[in-house]
Design a protein around this ligand. Structure first.
Ligand code: PEP
Length: 250
């Protein structure tokens, strides 16, 4: 049985006060989430305060990015041990905004994944195609390439310690969601590809869906056989929506 995971990616949003209010509101409804693990990934500067607020709850803390380097002279970067210092369990790597706005390559994402694993963090590896890639029939090719880069770096056993998130770029923050069937087809492809390396890893791997998930569409998406939770952007900034997704996940 794969425990569902619903992770909120707050991106570069919020304030100290707003983050506290959001966390308190989520905590207030956690009891209604039965099976799913709920995680929040605030901006780096709020990790400390959010971490303290969720201490003692079932919620987990995650970061949105990590450096591939060890601590040192890398202005503006955050190293993996700094994230564990602040109680992070998860870290998102290869989010499409990192890939497409900040030019992160498949190999850089793979190095970040490896560095996070080495530190005992659970990386949430995002993969997904651009609209033009989907329209050109290249969805599987793109997802396979992004996945293979990490398998080459850490091996299939190393990948198996992480979490995957399929996030079609055309569905992120656009209000356009992949249909449950469209999402399921790619999730099944991902699981088959993992199974071609290791059946055990394929069966144990949590593969989240991300892309305009909200309370209203979560149930249909999360009911699909190979969708094991969600990576949630916009709707994670609203406690009611985020909790509704958590309840839909089980
Ligand atoms: C995301 O950024 O990971 C995401 C899925 O965003 P949204 O839910 O806003 O589409």
């Amino acid at each position: 049985m794969r425990q569902p995971l619903v992770a909120g990616n707050w991106k570069m949003n919020g304030s100290l006060e707003g983050a506290a209010a959001l966390v308190e509101a989520i905590k207030g409804g956690l009891d209604e989430v039965r099976e799913a693990e709920m995680a929040v990934c605030p901006p780096f500067v709020y990790l400390d305060s959010v971490g303290k607020l969720i201490a003692g709850t079932s919620m987990a803390l995650g970061a949105q990015n990590v450096a591939k380097e060890d601590p040192g002279a890398y202005t503006g970067e955050i190293a993996a041990p700094m994230l564990t210092d602040f109680g992070c369990k998860y870290v998102i790597v290869g989010h499409s905004e990192r890939r497409n706005i900040y030019g992160e390559t498949d190999s850089l994402v793979a190095e970040k994944f490896a560095r996070a694993r080495q530190e005992g963090l659970i990386p949430i590896l995002c993969v997904g195609e651009l609209l033009e890639e989907r329209e050109a029939g290249k969805t599987e090719e793109v997802v396979a390439r992004q996945l293979d880069a990490v398998i080459e770096q850490v091996g299939i056993a190393g990948l198996g310690d992480g979490v995957l998130a399929y996030e079609p770029v055309w569905a992120i923050g656009t209000g356009k969601t992949a249909t449950p069937d469209q999402a399921q087809a790619v999730h099944a492809f991902i699981r088959q590809r993992l199974a071609s390396h290791d059946e055990g890893v394929a069966q144990a791997m949590r593969v989240l869906y991300g892309g305009s998930v909200k309370g209203a569409n979560a149930e249909a998406l999360l009911a699909m056989a190979d969708i094991d939770g969600g990576l949630i952007g916009g709707a994670s900034l609203d406690a009611g929506e985020f909790l509704a997704i958590g309840r839909a996940a089980g």
